[in-house]
Design a protein. Structure first.
Length: 301
């Protein structure tokens, strides 16, 4: 698959996700209008929709039912709700204190801090209701296993714990390479890995293939974060959709600060190759997943 074909397929997949996200909050009767506006503001702000696309891709790969993607869509979009909540909270003054997200004011700048906190709280909580709703069309034991996987990835052992460590290392202005890897495996990698793995679980993959899918997800999650650190030093802010250089200005430990830009890029490429090497064991050596692993280290936003 060529880079152009990959970008076109990503756009098509993202458009399907966008279509569901546009109306999913309608499923929450009694949602106050002001809170709904804050939730929609960030949820519908665009982005690659990488996590739900990964979930849908692996579900289709293993699912025998041609309608598996429609059945998994509520679960996949719930992952985007969790990701969006994390972005809203990460931007808060008490966290990363960022005023811009995806080319426009962060949620707390558009509304206020309290509303932003509550919008994030609602998105992460309601996400689990969306996940559970997939049980009406998929085997309950698969949905339960996928929900448990996602809860671990999003909670204290995963994304939340990773953000806690990120704040501690940023405050100390130092971290070892091993600490940085472990922190990012929790903060960024866990949700990306779970996006792949839950798709495989919902699609009916056996344990051996689930392990290979998790290896793919872990590797692309690592590559994704390394490139995020690189792009904070090199990207065009207009393309990236947020200010660049904040990591260096805050003396935040990053891959470039520890390894330099070129060694960081090389490490990202090695992680991409690890992901590609896992695909045969997963039984999913598709052109899309192969090209996606390469795209993650070649992107400019």
């Amino acid at each position: 698959m060529t880079p152009e074909q990959l970008r076109n397929q990503l756009k098509e997949e993202a458009a399907r996700v966008e279509g569901y996200l546009a109306d999913c909050l309608d499923l929450l009767p009694g949602l106050p209008a002001g809170l709904r506006a804050a939730m929609d503001y960030s949820l519908l702000a665009g982005g690659k929709r990488l996590r739900p696309v990964l979930c849908l891709t692996f579900a289709r790969t293993f699912g025998k039912d041609g309608g598996i993607a429609n059945a998994v869509m509520p679960f996949a979009c719930a992952i985007e709700c969790i990701h969006t909540y994390s972005l809203i909270h990460d931007d808060l003054p008490a966290m990363d204190d960022d005023d811009m997200r995806r080319g426009r004011p962060s949620n707390h700048k558009r509304f206020d801090e309290a509303t932003a906190i509550l919008a994030g709280d609602a998105l992460v909580t309601d996400a689990f209701a969306f996940m559970a709703s997939a049980g009406s069309r998929l085997p309950a034991e698969r949905v339960l296993a996928a929900i448990a996987c996602m809860a671990a990835a999003a909670g204290g052992p995963g994304m939340v714990g990773g953000q806690y460590l990120d704040m501690r290392y940023t405050l100390a202005k130092k971290a070892t390479l091993e600490q940085l890897r472990d922190m990012h495996a929790m903060k960024t990698g866990a949700l990306i890995t779970a996006s792949c793995l839950t798709g495989a679980i919902l699609g009916g993959a056996d344990k051996k293939r689930q392990e290979a899918v998790a290896a793919y997800g872990k590797a692309i999650g690592s590559a994704f974060q390394i490139m995020d650190d690189v792009l904070d030093n090199t990207a065009d802010p207009a393309i990236l959709g947020k200010p660049v250089g904040s990591d260096a200005a805050n003396e935040k430990p990053t891959y470039p600060s520890l390894l330099g830009l070129e060694k960081s890029r090389e490490l990202a490429r090695r992680e991409s190759e690890k992901a590609i090497a896992a695909l045969p064991d997963a039984g999913t050596e598709t052109g899309f997943l192969h090209a996606l692993a390469r795209y993650i280290v070649e992107r400019n936003s």
